[in-house]
Ligand binder design. Structure first.
Ligand code: PEP
Ligand code: CO
Length: 456
């Protein structure tokens, strides 16, 4: 049974009758309609069959037979459409995945926040700088980050640009992951120079040599490694926050095989903490598409609210359909998470439980810079694993904001980034991201948490 079939009144535009949170104030509604008409005629970015494949992989995760690595940029930038950037972000994803696969001795589902992560919810609709008030930056799908009136005016043409940028990014990601770059024999190549010089990079290098040895051993045993396609290519799935509903509606397509609707802008879409009200437009739209979905939940979430959300998004209780991403803040996990897990479990929803240790742990320094502390991120993850284990559910995944670049946006880590370094290489458009070294460190520590022997 699926959600679309049970809601006969659902249509790709049925969300329009409901309140839609976090939508830009487009100055010209006719211009929005013209753009969405154009988007509707363009080819889908992903295929329904791929979304079903991801759903199956997530069903395995929900049963404790896999682990989800969900990470990427907070906000992709139209200015960063370059092969080196895409490749460097993929490198750290592959490095982390390999560390986790080995650590957990389980398949790792690789889901990137990329090729569509161009829209941001904001806590305030406007921003004031030196007494000047302008619309907030809402991601390059909507407006530009520069602080001037023309740049900040929402421009629907940007939705078309987001589509074409996503297509170009996805094309390169498909080439890298299926065309040899993600081959296990390339494990050393993924270690970028600034990472390789660091303690985390050296630890990875020892690890990669272990993989070389294992491959050599298998070949010596007579296994024809060339024929094992799992060693040479990777399934990488795309995701973004499904925020700008005219865009998501315009990219939904009816699958010719099953007759069901899919949002073909990405394999998985997530609903953010600010747009998850069960009776509002985002939940209505996503309830009717058959993609695997995720939903974030913050510290104010009530058990009955979360159950109502599951009921709307996954009434059929289908494993793999829904991932719940906890983003509570390190000090709230132990108190807030157990009743939520109990309520969802008692109501019979086979969700994947994942932890976003980034969005509940933002701090602002004395100099007014937004950052996150590495130790807070690790504390939230550690608490999440302990609570899941205590409640008898599988800690199924992590959701991180990272970049392959050598940025100084989050403080701490081995050879730490200090508060005074934050201004040096800070390029995030919105939230501070882990750099490649810090991300690798998280992967090693999560692998420890996952190891059954650790007793945690
Ligand atoms: C995000 O993932 O960038 C985000 C805005 O998250 P949340 O909805 O959890 O605040
Ligand atoms: Co963010």
């Amino acid at each position: 049974m699926d959600s679309a079939a049970t809601r006969s009144e659902w249509a790709p535009d049925s969300w329009r009758a409901l309140p839609a949170d976090q939508q830009p104030d487009w100055p010209d509604a006719a211009a929005v309609d013209a753009v969405t008409a154009e988007l509707k005629a363009l080819p889908p970015l992903v295929f329904a069959g791929e979304a079903r494949q991801l759903r199956q992989a997530l069903a395995e995760v929900s049963a404790g037979r896999g682990f989800l690595l969900h990470s990427g940029d907070c906000a992709e930038s139209f200015r960063d459409l370059s092969a080196p950037r895409i490749r460097d972000n993929l490198k750290i994803m592959l490095q982390m995945a390999i560390v986790l696969t080995f650590g957990a001795a389980l398949p790792v589902v690789k889901l990137t926040r990329a090729a569509g992560q161009f829209a941001k919810p904001r806590s305030s609709a406007t921003e004031v700088v030196d007494g000047v008030e302008l619309p907030s930056f809402r991601g390059h799908m909507v407006n530009d980050d520069a602080f001037d009136p023309a740049a900040r005016t929402p421009d629907p043409q940007r939705m078309l640009q987001a589509y074409h940028q996503s297509a170009a990014r996805l094309n390169l990601l498909r080439a890298f992951t299926k065309g040899g770059y993600a081959d296990l024999r390339q494990v050393h190549v993924w270690n970028q120079e600034f990472v390789a010089r660091s303690p985390e990079g050296r630890r990875y290098e020892r690890f990669a040599r272990g993989i070389d040895d294992a491959l050599t051993f298998m070949a010596a045993c007579g296994i024809d490694l060339d024929r094992e396609h799992q060693l040479h290519e990777v399934d990488l799935y795309t995701s973004h926050e499904g925020l700008i509903l005219p865009y998501e509606e315009a990219l939904s397509r009816r699958d010719s095989l099953t007759g069901q609707w899919y949002d073909c802008s990405a394999h998985l879409l997530w609903i953010g903490e600010r747009t998850r009200r069960p009776e509002h437009a985002h939940v209505e739209f996503f309830a009717g598409v058959q993609n695997p979905l995720a939903c974030k939940f913050g510290p104010g979430t009530k058990p009955e609210e979360l159950v109502a959300l599951c009921e709307r998004l996954d009434p059929g209780r289908d494993p793999g359909r829904l991932t719940l991403i906890s983003r509570l803040g390190k000090d709230r996990v132990e108190q807030v998470l157990p009743p939520l897990i109990r309520a969802v479990t008692a109501a019979g929803f086979p969700v994947v439980w994942a932890c976003d240790p980034m969005h509940g742990n933002g701090v602002v320094t004395a100099d007014g810079i937004k950052t996150r502390r590495f130790d807070d991120i690790m504390s939230e993850l550690t608490a999440f694993f302990a609570v899941c284990r205590g409640e008898g559910v599988w800690p199924g995944g992590v959701h991180l904001e990272f970049t392959g670049d050598d940025v100084t946006e989050c403080v701490g880590g081995v050879e730490p980034v200090h508060e005074c370094d934050l201004g040096v290489r800070y390029s995030s458009l919105v939230d501070p991201r882990l750099n490649a070294r810090q991300s690798l460190d998280v992967a090693f520590q999560v692998a420890e948490l996952l190891r059954p022997r650790s007793g945690r």
